[in-house]
Design a protein around this ligand. Structure first.
Ligand SMILES: *Cc1c(COP(=O)(O)O)cnc(C)c1O
Ligand code: SF4
Length: 358
C-alpha cells in the first residue's frame, strides 16, 4: 500500500484528502518517507491526479515540487513560528467566519483544498472538512445581522472544491442578503484542478451579485493550457479575476520568476492583486524570505514591468493586526509640504505641495 494511503488512514484528526495516493507516493524519495509521514500529520498531503501526473520526473528543486510535495524540513519548527500566524482565531465570532475588517468577512464553508500547499498558513484548521449545516446557518445569521458587511469572501480551504450544487446554495443565500453587495472567492482550482471548472460550476457561479475570483498562483508553470482554458471560461462568463501570490524561497523569489508569473497572469486576463510576504506558519522556515529581499524584488519589478502587472506587496501583521502594504516607499516627507520622490533609476526629485493662498 502506498505511503500516502497509510498517512490518510493513520491521521489523528478526520481530514479529507482527495488525493490520488499512488501518484503522490512516487514523488517522495524512499529515504524521506518517515519524515514526510510526520509532516503529513501537521498538514495532509493532497495533489489532484492531473497535477500529480505533471509532477512526475521533476527534481526536488522544482517550484511545483517544492510547493506541493512534503519535505522533511517541515518538521523543523522555529521559535518565531505560530500555529495561527495571522490571528484568525481571535477574529472569529462564530465558526466559519473571520471578521477582521469592518466591511468584509471571510466565510469558510469548507476546510479542504484540492491541493495542499506545504507552506499553508491555515494548517491548523485546513483538512478539517465541511462546516456542518448548523454551523453554516449560524455563519449566515451572523452576516445577516451585521449590515456593515458589504463583501463576503469565500475562502477556506478552497470553496471551489465544493460540488456546484452545494456552492450554488451558498451563493443563493448570500444573494438574498441586501447589504452584501459583492462576493469574492479565493481559489487555486482554476489553475491546479481545472477540470472542476465545468458547465455546472459556471452555472453555479452565475448569480445576480458580482463575483470576483482571486486565483492563488505562485509560479507561471502552474498556468498550463488547461488552466488557461478554465480561466478563460470563467472570465468569458462574466467573472473578473485577480491573483494572489505568496513570496516563497526556492519557488518564486527571483526577479525572473515573478516577472514571468505576473506577465503570464495578465496574458490570461488575470490582474495581479497581492504578493504576500510569507506568514510565520509552523514548519515553513525553508520557504521564508526577508522583507528586505521582497522589497528589492518589487523595486526591480517597478523598473521593468507594465503597471497593470504589478501586485501590491503586503504583510499580514502577525497576531491578527491585518494586512498592510510592505513595499518600497518611493516618496518621503522631508518637511511640512516638502517631499522627496525617487524615480525608477534611483534619482531623487523634490516635490512641493501647493501652498494654500491666504
Ligand atoms: C486577507 C483578509 C481579507 C481580505 O483583505 P483584502 O485586503 O480586502 O484583500 C479579509 N478578511 C480577513 C480576515 C483577511 O485575512
Ligand atoms: S490553497 Fe490556501 S488554504 Fe489550501 S493548502 Fe494552499 S494555502 Fe492552505
Amino acid at each position: 500500500m502506498s505511503i500516502v494511503r497509510n498517512i490518510v488512514h493513520s491521521r489523528r484528526r478526520k481530514r479529507i484528502a482527495n488525493t490520488n495516493g499512488l501518484l503522490t507516493a512516487d514523488l517522495i524519495k524512499k529515504a524521506d518517507e518517515p519524515a514526510c509521514t510526520e509532516a503529513a500529520l501537521a498538514l495532509p498531503i493532497g495533489i489532484p491526479a492531473y497535477l500529480a501526473s505533471r509532477l512526475q520526473g521533476r527534481n526536488t528543486n522544482d517550484p511545483l515540487i517544492r510547493q506541493f510535495v512534503p519535505n522533511p524540513s517541515e518538521n523543523t519548527l522555529m521559535e518565531n513560528e505560530f500555529p495561527d500566524p495571522i490571528g484568525d482565531r481571535k477574529h472569529s465570532p462564530v465558526s466559519g467566519i473571520i471578521h477582521r475588517y469592518p466591511d468584509r468577512v471571510l466565510l469558510m464553508p469548507v476546510l479542504a483544498c484540492p491541493v495542499y500547499c506545504r507552506f499553508c498558513f491555515r494548517r491548523h484548521s485546513v483538512g478539517d472538512g465541511l462546516l456542518t449545516d448548523e454551523k453554516l446557518n449560524t455563519a449566515f445569521s451572523y452576516i445577516e445581522e451585521n449590515p456593515d458587511i458589504w463583501e463576503v469572501i469565500l475562502t477556506g480551504g478552497d470553496p471551489l472544491i465544493l460540488s456546484p450544487s452545494r456552492l450554488s446554495k451558498i451563493l443563493i443565500r448570500l444573494n438574498k442578503i441586501p447589504h452584501v453587495r459583492t462576493i469574492r472567492i479565493h481559489s487555486r482550482v482554476p489553475a491546479l484542478d481545472p477540470i472542476r471548472i465545468d458547465n455546472e460550476m459556471i452555472n453555479a457561479l452565475k448569480t445576480k451579485k458580482p463575483i470576483w475570483l482571486v486565483l492563488h498562483s505562485n509560479h507561471a508553470d502552474e498556468l498550463d493550457s488547461k488552466a488557461s482554458v478554465a480561466i478563460a471560461k470563467l472570465i468569458d462568463n462574466g467573472i473578473p479575476m485577480l491573483s494572489q501570490t505568496v513570496l516563497l524561497k526556492g519557488v518564486n523569489d527571483t526577479p525572473k520568476d515573478l516577472e514571468n508569473l505576473f506577465r503570464t497572469l495578465i496574458e490570461n486576463r488575470v490582474k495581479p492583486y497581492y504578493l504576500h510576504h510569507g506568514d510565520l506558519a509552523k514548519g515553513t522556515s525553508h520557504f521564508r524570505t526577508t522583507l528586505s529581499s521582497g522589497r528589492k524584488l518589487m523595486k526591480w519589478l517597478r523598473r521593468r514591468l507594465s503597471g497593470i502587472a504589478q501586485p501590491v506587496y503586503v504583510l499580514d501583521i502577525p497576531g491578527g493586526h491585518g494586512k498592510v502594504p510592505a513595499g518600497h516607499c518611493w516618496i518621503e516627507s522631508k518637511s511640512e509640504g516638502e517631499w522627496i520622490a525617487e524615480d525608477i533609476s534611483g534619482k531623487k526629485h523634490k516635490y512641493f505641495d501647493e501652498i494654500e493662498p491666504n
